[in-house]
Design a protein around this ligand. Structure first.
Ligand SMILES: [Zn+2]
Length: 299
């Protein structure tokens, strides 16, 4: 551990502005986070100097991964400016064997006395994280890993998005990661999460999904289009057609979709008399959830 370690990763001419950092998880973990109302920090289990400490952290990164994420498919986004406020910054380590190499910083409210980390001043120290004239920068050729000794409330998210899982590797499940092997599209993951939010009446992420004045929202359009297609593939055989009956059934089916029981949800919805009634019930639920009476599918 020396000052020279971070200088190998220093920003030269190439840098990216650091505004948003992301916490990516698998869909079941995303549901748990939403239920808890926050991302709970946890002890470090990864290969790291901090594994020996009792520090609880939340992992965030500024990177986008074109081959897919190693951590899952649901991305919670936070403001770096807000996150870094009133926190101390420490250099933890570099992981030169990762592809690309990773650099790790620890952010804490309290002074760290541990010899495992080194105090880092982004205005003076010449590493992959800098603050120059009030603007935050990072080195985008490396994997940025920020370990923050704090919980993150869902209400503090500045955005949510959906990504592909990496097709070869999963960093959190050593084997049998369903998202790695089945490679769900961002549309499918967003649709399943929307089903969960609608069925349970969860409002905490509404600010990222609510339609604009023109009735559109990128995430809501993508997620509701997936649900529309699922409904379109049901063979409707049932007798139920009143609005009240269809509204109850759609809520039940979405609750099943929301816990990955797609086929069971489809069987339940098949009790509706036809596709038009089912789609209309879904539209009514979206309108009522977001309080947007004129909303319709953006297909
Ligand atoms: Zn995985």
């Amino acid at each position: 551990m020396s000052a020279a370690e971070w200088e190998q990763y220093k920003i030269s001419d190439k840098f990216a502005e650091l505004t948003t950092v992301k916490h990516i998880v698998h869909l079941p973990v995303a549901r748990r986070i939403i239920e808890d109302g926050k991302i709970k920090s946890g002890l470090v289990f990864d290969k790291s100097r901090l594994k020996k400490s009792r520090t609880s952290v939340t992992w965030l990164s500024a990177n986008d991964w074109s081959p897919g994420s190693l951590y899952g498919t649901v991305e919670f986004q936070f403001s770096w400016e807000k996150l870094v406020k009133n926190k101390r910054i420490y250099w933890v380590e570099a992981m030169p064997n990762y592809h690309p190499a990773a650099f790790r910083f620890l952010l804490t409210f309290d002074e760290m006395t541990s010899e495992l980390v080194t105090k880092y001043d982004p205005e003076k120290d010449n590493g992959p994280l800098r603050k120059i004239d009030g603007q935050w920068r990072w080195h985008p050729d490396y994997c940025s890993e920020f370990m923050v000794a704090d919980d993150f409330l869902i209400s503090e998210t500045v955005g949510i998005d959906f990504v592909h899982h990496h097709q070869k590797y999963c960093r959190t499940k050593s084997w049998g990661c369903i998202e790695q092997t089945t490679n769900p599209s961002p549309q499918m993951t967003s649709g399943r999460l929307l089903a969960y939010l609608l069925a349970h009446g969860v409002k905490d992420l509404d600010k990222h999904l609510t339609p604009d004045a023109g009735g559109r929202n990128r995430i809501l359009d993508m997620a509701s289009a997936w649900l529309w297609i699922v409904l379109d593939n049901i063979k409707f055989v049932g007798p139920l057609k009143s609005d009240g009956e269809c509204d109850s059934l759609i809520r039940g089916a979405l609750a099943l979709f929301g816990v990955d029981r797609i086929d069971d949800g489809k069987k339940l919805l098949a009790l509706v008399t036809g596709s038009a009634e089912a789609h209309a019930a879904l539209a009514r639920l979206v309108r009522s959830h977001f309080n947007t009476p004129s909303w319709d599918f953006g297909l």
